[in-house]
Write a new protein. Structure first.
Length: 165
C-alpha cells in the first residue's frame, strides 16, 4: 500500500488549490463585512482573485525552502514588496498585479500557481485595458519579465555551482 506523507499531502496540488480558494473566500467574506458600495465591489473583483495564485506561490516557495539560494529569496522579496505596496501607495507606470502575476507565471513550477496566475492575469489585463485604462499593465509585465529572467539566471547559476562542489 502506497502511503502519502504529511509533506506530500500539504503540498499536493489539490490541497494547495483548496487552501488558496479558501483564503480568497475568507478575504472576500471579510471584505463583504467591512466595506460597502463601490469600494466593496472593487475589492471583490480586483483584489480577491489574486489571492489564489498568491497563496499557491507561497506554498511553492515554502516547499522549496531548503533548495533555493538566499539570493533567490531576495529576488522574490524585491518583487513581492513593491507588488504588495502598490495596493496602498501609487507606484507610477507599474501595476503590482501584473508584476506579481507575470513573475509567478514565469518562475513557478507549480501548475496550480501558474494556471491561477495566467487566469487572473487575463482578468487584470481586461480590467486595466478596457475598464480603468491603466497603462501600468505594460510596466508591470516588463518588470515582472525582467525579475523572472534574473530569478531564473540566479537559480541556474546556483544549481550549477552546487553541482560543481
Amino acid at each position: 500500500m502506497n502511503r502519502i506523507t504529511q509533506r506530500q499531502f500539504i503540498f499536493h496540488p489539490v490541497t494547495v488549490l483548496f487552501v488558496s480558494i479558501l483564503a480568497a473566500g475568507l478575504f472576500a467574506f471579510f471584505i463583504h463585512l467591512l466595506f460597502d458600495g463601490d469600494l466593496r465591489w472593487f475589492l471583490l473583483y480586483y483584489f480577491v482573485p489574486i489571492g489564489i495564485p498568491f497563496v499557491a506561490f507561497l506554498f511553492e516557495r515554502v516547499e522549496q525552502y531548503g533548495s533555493i539560494a538566499p539570493v533567490s529569496w531576495l529576488i522574490d522579496l524585491a518583487v513581492l514588496i513593491p507588488a504588495l505596496t502598490r495596493a496602498f501607495v501609487r507606484i507610477p507606470l507599474v501595476s503590482g498585479h501584473a508584476l506579481f502575476l507575470v513573475y509567478c507565471l514565469l518562475t513557478s513550477r507549480s501548475r496550480v500557481a501558474r494556471i491561477a496566475a495566467f487566469l487572473v492575469l487575463l482578468q487584470v489585463a481586461y480590467l486595466k485595458i478596457f475598464v480603468t485604462h491603466d497603462t501600468g499593465l505594460i510596466g508591470g509585465v516588463m518588470v515582472g519579465c525582467l525579475a523572472a529572467l534574473f530569478y531564473r539566471r540566479v537559480r541556474r547559476y546556483s544549481s550549477f555551482t552546487e553541482g560543481a562542489l
